[in-house]
Design a protein around this ligand. Structure first.
Ligand SMILES: [Zn+2]
Length: 552
């Protein structure tokens, strides 16, 4: 069934001052059913009346009938973007579009499951009055708030940047669930950086926005805030003097030594802005190539270069997420995963990998390119006669195999191993001549690591964290396409100390049951230190720090 959905191109304010249309249409065919709400197999909009708090009926679905082959949601006035039914449908369509961007064959090549183990992610488009928005695993939901500023009401659910950003927290939680409980600040910052880059890729994927912005900038994304500013309207409303203008800028030249090492939002900009520079160079390079090939002026090839460049960049930054080792990760772990994904994509063209290395060094994420070395494309005797189908399907067989071949996973000899659900993915690779599908087995193994908690009473003296390894195996050739093993040193440990110390001092890190409310549910603002014994703790729900506007 084909269905047409409206979606905001940017946000109400930004669209107006750029002289663009407010919304564009988006057609989908792959959902098994649609219900009023909107509700589908994996998403459900739950709307409440801001005055009474009562549940509001959701937008009504009109299926195709007679000569009309396209279904749609009936809106009282499709041009009134502030009407409750439009806000419901827009939040829904933007989340769905974001989800598809991750799952496409030229990206992850697999459906993403939610981390909370239930079929539907709930979308609350008018969660209450507050200048904020967040994803919350415990309530299976995305919560979008609204607030009054400058004589008007700002709905975060009407900002494509904000909805795509929060949706990607939920999606990333399904891909790398350990990050939600991580206490390495860079693990949380990675969540934030991916969410901002997803908002950017949504902007690049809009034909209307691409055309208007490239015309206004003479075909360059080098210094266009239309693409590089995340959540413009929201930022302006919070700071009417316009000093901020947006919440975060991907043009920020900031380096690791210029931000507090334990503040995830500030840290995230080092990574996201660094990757944006790689995207800028890719766009410039593709433009020059198309100018040479076609003889056309730069402006006229800039749209095509951005379309192709976006596809390339998107497949790298999202595929790298499947390659991350389980547990705590650093920006360098993520950088290695991007390099491995690019190596698989273009084994003979080192250009983008070189830009990545330069940017990671310039931003002081690593001090030399040797720290970004990653093992790709090699043979291991254990895999040559392994039954990959059985390894994919049987936890027991997978555990037995991993335990038997610890060297293959880079796992220590004396620790108990845990195997994660294996992934069977089929990714599409594009070449000049066409495309080719490659089937990969993604096999993750994790183990516990112990270190001093760095905290005084009432916290235990030791903390337990998760480390691990990811192996990506080519189903056909049995060669290892990438191996990524957690690499943590003294610096990462002291970063964790700093984060937990800051949270404990602010009263945000609470031991055991203190992090629960009277109703037994986790307190919204708290990060929980689970007390495992007198001497041992483990931190949970640090991702609470990732609200659009952080608390504490
Ligand atoms: Zn966020």
């Amino acid at each position: 069934m084909k269905v047409r959905l409206p979606t905001m191109i940017q946000d109400p304010l930004t669209s107006r001052y750029k002289g663009m249309r407010l919304q564009e249409s988006f057609y989908i065919t792959q959902e098994p059913f649609f219900l009023d709400g909107p509700v589908t197999m994996r998403l459900a909009v739950v709307d409440f009346d801001p005055e009474t708090g009562a549940r509001v009926p959701g937008a009504r679905f009109v299926p195709p009938a007679g000569d009309r082959t396209v279904g749609y949601y009936a809106l009282a006035n499709p041009y009134d973007i502030y009407a409750p039914d439009f806000i419901q449908v827009n939040a829904f369509s933007t989340v769905l579009k974001t989800l598809y961007m991750f799952e496409e064959a030229d990206t992850l090549g697999r459906p993403v499951a939610w981390a909370f183990g239930a079929p539907q992610l709930l979308i609350v488009p008018r969660a209450g009055e507050w200048a904020n928005a967040f994803y919350e695993r415990d309530s299976h939901s995305l919560q979008f708030f609204y607030f009054d500023a400058g004589g008007g009401r700002i709905y975060t659910a009407l900002s494509r940047d904000i909805v795509a950003h929060e949706a990607s927290h939920a999606i990333l939680d399904g891909i790398a669930p350990d990050l939600y409980n991580a206490c390495t600040p860079q693990s949380l910052a990675l969540h934030e950086a991916i969410a901002d880059l997803t908002a950017l890729l949504m902007a690049f994927s809009s034909h209307s926005l691409r055309r208007v912005v490239l015309e206004q900038t003479g075909g360059s994304i080098r210094d266009s805030t239309a693409f590089s500013a995340v959540a413009e309207e929201f930022g302006r409303a919070l700071d009417p003097a316009g000093r901020i203008g947006y919440l975060r800028s991907l043009l920020d030249p900031v380096t690791m030594d210029q931000v507090p090492r334990s503040e995830p939002h500030a840290l995230s900009v080092v990574l996201s802005a660094g990757l944006y520079q790689v995207m800028v160079r890719l766009h410039e390079w593709l433009k020059q190539r198309y100018v040479r090939e076609t003889g056309k002026p730069e402006l006229s090839v800039s749209g095509r270069a951005l379309g192709i460049g976006t596809r390339w960049f998107k497949s790298l930054i999202f595929r790298a997420l499947d390659y991350l080792p389980p547990g705590e990760v650093t920006f360098a772990d993520y950088g290695r995963a991007v390099l491995a994904a690019d190596q698989a994509l273009f084994p003979d063209n080192d250009l983008l990998r070189e830009w990545m290395r330069q940017e990671f060094i310039r931003r002081r994420i690593v001090s030399s390119s040797a720290q970004l070395a990653v093992e790709t494309d090699f043979e291991h005797p254990a895999l040559l006669d392994a039954d990959l189908q059985t390894l994919a399907e049987s936890d027991w067989a997978a555990y037995f195999f991993a335990n038997e071949h610890r060297d293959l996973f880079g796992a220590p000899m004396n620790v108990p191993l845990r195997v994660r659900p294996r992934l069977d993915v089929t990714k599409r690779y594009y070449f000049r001549e066409g495309s080719r599908d490659v089937r990969e087995l993604i096999f993750k193994v994790s183990w516990d690591h112990y270190e001093p908690s760095g905290l005084g009473r009432p916290f235990p003296a030791q903390r337990q964290i998760t480390m691990g390894a990811t192996l990506a195996v080519d189903w056909e050739t049995r060669r290892v396409r990438a191996r990524l093993v957690s690499q943590h040193g003294q610096q990462e440990q002291s970063d964790r100390d700093e984060l937990l110390d800051r949270l404990a001092s602010a009263g945000l890190l609470l031991p055991g049951a203190y992090a629960l409310g009277f109703d037994g549910k986790p307190l919204r603002a708290a990060v929980r230190a689970e007390i495992m014994s007198d001497e041992l703790m483990r931190v949970r729900r640090t991702a609470n720090l990732l609200h659009l506007i952080p608390e504490g």
